[in-house]
Structure formats: structure tokens, C-alpha cells
Write a protein that binds this ligand. Structure first.
Ligand SMILES: [Zn+2]
Length: 310
């Protein structure tokens, strides 16, 4: 009986990047399983504040399909190691956003060199699955659908799908220029439902791997197709203060009518309500929410919304 975990006993490669003076180097870890067939690379943690949920989902997806490998799967669970360790969007070593740094610079700063190393791991893949997500402050649940890669986005089964042109400078755009198909998923974040979303993401990853021919199909298609969303925008309070959310984690992935109260901002000194944040569209898709009471600065990203089709 083979071990059901495809990553069991895998050899983890490391690329040592220049780190802070006291630490020496920072290892970028990756592994590859299988041989022949299509090559699919999965990246997690390009933005370090988007949490460990996607890496947990990858481990789950690959821990239950032994013997079904029909291609090669390359895995990078912490693509931006110093920002993952710091639970920060950018590396504390240079403050650069890795996903705005491709193709990078082999003689540059930490993040610029990291971009070069990561590009080398990913280039040549038939498909890149780039996993982003919520974080300790937000939850989200949608897939970006890129031209030419639609069938992979549709295999995810996220509540929402957003059509997105390919842009250069980010990881997806960079590998697309090198001939890879791409799918980017924004699913996860801290809430009492976090493990359910992790399992749902694992199912999506497994379906994509099957669609790409890297795993034998095992799961049925998503129960319902993702709702298409357009006109993405960010809801930002004009005032800083305490956000008291009206919509909680169970609203992620839902569609709410125009005027729905999303949350109220209260003055820090008086706790008087100073601003109500409301849904602007007849069918407002809730792509990202802050499900917890929190302190916000004026202008902070508080919700990502769009117009839901249908
Ligand atoms: Zn991200």
C-alpha cells in the first residue's frame, strides 16, 4: 500500500538568497514530484501576509491521491520566505512587493534576486497555479480567469470568478510571457470557517491538476459554476476608527442587494458611529471582507466588491 501523501519523502531543494547580515542567507524551498507529462507549478506565499491556508490546502490536495500522478508537480509553499515569516505583504529586508518585481534583477536587492530565483523555478511550466488569499485581517473567495486559461479557473469552484487581462511585472504575467497557462486564486483568511475554506481550496487545486493532466481525475466538477463578477472596486472608509462589521465570515462569497450595511466605522475616542459602509450595486458581490472588529486607518482596504452577473 503506497503512502497516500505524494509529498511524503519528497526532496526539498533550496536556493540560498542573501539575507540580513545577522542571518546570512534565506532559503527558498521547493520540490518536484512525478516525471514526464505536463508540468504544473504551484506557488503559495508570494504575499507573506496572505497566510498559511493555501500551503495547507496544497498539502491536503497532494496527501490523498497516491498512484494517480500522471505528470509533474512542482511546489513552492513559501515563495517569499522573509515576508511569510514576518506575516507581511512585502519583505522586511527591502520593502518591495515581490508580485510587482518580475523579472527581477540578479544583482539587485533581496526581493529582486528572489524574483529571479522564483522565475527560474516556474518558467517552463505548462501551468502555474498562483495561490493568494485573505490573511489575518480579511477573508476572500474568488478566482482570476485569464485569457487562454479559462478551463483551469472554472475547475476551481470558487464562489466568484473575475476575468482579468494578463499584466507584466507580476508572477502570472511573467510566466505567461514564457508560454505558461495561469490561474490565480484568492481564497482563505482567518475566520472560524478557515479549515472549511482550506478544504474547499484543496478540492479546487486537485481539480485543476486533473484538468491539466498532472493527476488522474478523482473529484466531480464543482457543484455550481462560479458567478462572474465585473467592475471590481475597493470600499475604503473616509475616516479612521473602529470597524464594527455587519457582514461576518459567512457572507464571504455571497451576493447582497444595494444598500446592505456592510459595516460601521466608529470614532476611536467616542465610539460614536461616524460612517456607514454600504453595498452600492443591485447585486453586490462580496469578494473580500473584514469579518472581525478592527481598528482601521482612513482609506484602508476594507471590502473588495463587484457587480455579480445574473
Ligand atoms: Zn496576494
Amino acid at each position: 500500500m503506497p503512502n497516500p501523501d505524494l509529498l511524503h519523502g519528497a526532496t526539498w531543494n533550496r536556493i540560498d538568497l542573501p539575507g540580513p547580515p545577522e542571518a546570512g542567507t534565506v532559503p527558498l524551498r521547493w520540490t518536484e514530484i512525478g516525471d514526464g507529462g505536463p508540468l504544473v507549478t504551484i506557488t503559495c506565499g508570494v504575499h507573506g501576509d496572505e497566510g498559511p491556508w493555501s500551503a495547507m490546502a496544497v498539502r491536503r490536495a497532494l496527501s490523498r491521491a497516491s498512484g494517480d500522478l500522471t505528470g509533474r508537480i512542482r511546489v513552492v509553499l513559501a515563495a517569499n520566505p522573509t515576508s511569510v515569516a514576518a506575516d507581511a505583504r512585502t519583505s522586511p529586508l527591502d520593502g518591495l512587493d515581490l508580485n510587482r518585481t518580475f523579472p527581477g534583477n540578479a544583482e539587485g536587492s533581496h526581493t529582486e534576486r528572489l524574483a529571479v530565483a522564483l522565475a527560474e523555478i516556474v518558467e517552463g511550466s505548462d501551468l502555474l497555479i498562483d495561490l493568494h488569499g485573505g490573511g489575518s485581517w480579511c477573508v476572500n473567495a474568488f478566482t482570476f480567469r485569464f485569457p487562454g486559461s479559462e478551463r483551469f479557473a472554472d475547475a476551481v469552484g470558487a464562489p466568484f470568478v473575475v476575468d482579468m487581462p494578463i499584466r507584466s511585472g507580476n508572477l502570472a504575467g511573467h510566466v505567461s510571457e514564457h508560454g505558461s497557462k495561469i490561474v490565480a486564486i484568492e481564497m482563505g483568511g482567518r475566520s472560524v470557517d478557515e479549515l472549511l475554506w482550506k478544504d474547499r481550496l484543496a478540492d479546487g487545486i486537485e481539480r485543476i491538476l486533473a484538468e491539466a493532466g498532472a493527476l488522474a481525475p478523482r473529484l466531480a466538477a464543482p457543484e455550481r459554476p462560479s458567478t462572474q463578477v465585473s467592475d471590481l472596486s475597493v470600499v475604503r472608509p473616509a475616516h479612521g476608527g473602529v470597524l464594527v462589521p455587519e457582514l461576518r465570515q459567512d457572507a464571504i462569497g455571497s451576493v447582497v442587494p444595494e444598500g446592505t450595511l456592510l459595516g460601521t466605522v466608529h470614532d476611536l475616542g467616542t465610539m460614536e458611529p461616524v460612517e456607514e459602509l454600504r453595498a452600492p450595486h443591485a447585486r453586490t458581490a462580496m469578494l473580500l471582507i473584514r469579518p472581525h472588529v478592527c481598528v482601521l486607518e482612513g482609506g484602508a482596504m476594507t471590502y473588495v466588491i463587484g457587480r455579480a452577473e445574473g
